[in-house]
Design a protein around this ligand. Sequence first.
Ligand SMILES: Nc1ncnc2c1ncn2[C@@H]1O[C@H](COP(=O)(O)OP(=O)(O)OP(=O)(O)O)[C@@H](O)[C@H]1O
Ligand SMILES: [Mg+2]
Length: 226
Amino acid sequence: MLSVSGLHAVRAGRTILHPTSLDIAPGERIGLVGASGSGKSTLGHVLIDELRSRGCRVAHVCQSPDEALDPLRSMRFHWHEAERALGLELGAIDKNTLFTSLKIADGDLRKRPWGWSRGMQQRFVIAMALISSPDLIVLDEPSSALDPVVAAATMDLLDQHLEGKETAMILITHDLGLAARRVSKLMVMETGRIVEQAPTEKILQHPQTRAARSLVAHRSWIKLPC
Ligand SMILES: Nc1ncnc2c1ncn2[C@@H]1O[C@H](COP(=O)(O)OP(=O)(O)OP(=O)(O)O)[C@@H](O)[C@H]1O
Ligand SMILES: [Mg+2]
């Protein structure tokens, strides 16, 4: 169990994350949802820093592959950098299994990011994050830069890859539709606080707080493929 307490953040003299505690069980899937500016990414960053400072293996996937990939470097260079960062020998990881499960096995590693589609780039970034099976993977709006069909497919591949594994997942999103089918628990944020947390179904059926009600009220997501 990964347990943290007292996470908080002050920026420019303003508290943007009030003291927050979290317990994450191995293999647990949590959705961190809330309106823009509610503090989701801040909580994600502070959590990652705290857990890494304790020696936990925590991977981070950000919104756009542009943030993770250098346009002037080949995909192979990025892969080797990820191996190096983990203290592994180059080529130590059997990337075939990962690449096959994320459907990027036919990607040309000699190419630079722009030689791959954005969907493939983001799946490559997710593959880098999954090297050496982290304790936790934090995905911060991982598919909002993708079209909805590719976004759903990417999340499905990740779901399948994580099935039965100990890697826990926090999916940060303001898209309840994306989170609903993929996480067992939702945490709702508003103005730097977790204001509600409960099993996904419970929040969807009986949201208690204003923040949760307003997210659930936008029910058009039920018809979306993701
Ligand atoms: N470095 C900073 N300096 C000052 N204010 C900041 C800083 N980083 C974040 N904030 C503020 O803290 C609040 C929470 O920001 P955060 O990025 O965590 O929200 P979010 O829920 O991830 O939003 P979004 O859904 O738009 O990504 C916002 O009001 C933001 O403007
Ligand atoms: Mg954010």
